[in-house]
Write a protein that binds this ligand. Sequence first.
Ligand code: UD1
Length: 394
Amino acid sequence: MKTNKQTIIKILTVVGARPNFMKIAPFVRAVKKFNESAKVKIKNIIVHTGQHYDIRMSDNFFKDLKIPKADIHLGVGSGTHAEQVGRTMIELEKVVKKVKPDWIVVVGDVNAICAGAIVAKKEHIKLAHIEAGLRSGDMSMPEEVNRVIADRLSDLMFAPDRISCLNLENEGVNKNKIFFVGNIMVDCLENERKKALKLSADQIAKRNFFGGIGEYEYLKQNSFALLTLHRPSNVDDKKIIKSLVDYFNDEVTKLIDLIWIMHPRTLKNLEKYDLIGKLKKNKRMVLLHPVGYHEMLKLNMDARVILTDSGGLQEESTVLGTPCLTLRDNTERPVTLKSNGAVSVLTGNKISRIRKEFKQALVLEKHPFLPELWDGRTAERIVRVIADYEMHLK
Ligand code: UD1
């Protein structure tokens, strides 16, 4: 910490991809609030690695969630994992040498955090990981690798639930480094809920519709199911993605209208495997570009069922109570599962299993569930812990 006339804690917050942005918005707000009353001041410098660069995947989130423009943009872009992590490390190292932060803060599990964590430790900078301790146990997921690396190197680990704390303890992490603070994404959800409620599903669909003959003007509360898919394990293999497309197109839309929000990776593969054409011809299949934060929240609120392989949506469904089929074999977020009182079931990507669970989910009521400390105050707790840690070092 620099002890100039006024004590200033310099933090470099590293973000890179869409799921980071809704988690960093509450952190930025909490730092601002902290600075209004505390003697110590925090200077938070935002670094965007550039992993997500489409307006719909990045800029719109900064704008909608009132996150200040990134102070530094690394422009890393797409590429293989080694390319993304490697380029981020090279560029971030230059920034760290120049800025000399007291802390690097990383959030979630995308490639930016792996690079951020390694650079922090190589440069002897203290590291904090928000959303620490999540474990799927599946090392074939790039996110799991990122999580393990970030936690292994962190000085402070902020866990969203008690299961995550236990995971860290079981890995031998010193308990003094683990802080159970709740889920920072819920801070964002609670802050933005009112704004989302003002939107309507048909208008959202109209604004983001990208072609085909899907009839979006009839979308009302409970009249549609919502689908998102982007995990390599679901969308990269032709046989797997074809079986999913056939099921959604030939079976699900016979039961209910389906809004499919298309991730760029998924769209590229659907085009490559020549699968997009038949979806565009289906009146009950509403294909959308990636939607904004409030739009997604509203679609989640209004959907009868969600089918997804996104961890963030699993958590938002927990809070909003929307029955959720998680199209994965495992989850790093067991707190969102039915077996733990919430709404999500793991179905993997085998159609027979999805079919059975989907039929059951269609008749379920919404069942909102709030795990311990998912109370909208997580970011405040995190900022307080970092500041206290610094004061004790002094
Ligand atoms: C990344 C995260 C994943 C997260 C997801 C949310 C990692 C390892 N993965 O996966 O955890 O759930 O973001 O979206 O960090 N592309 C664009 N425009 C963009 C970004 C990507 O067209 O703005 C295309 C590119 O062709 C790119 C592909 O999408 O190659 C995949 O993007 P990438 O950032 O590598 O991974 P995601 O699948 O988005």
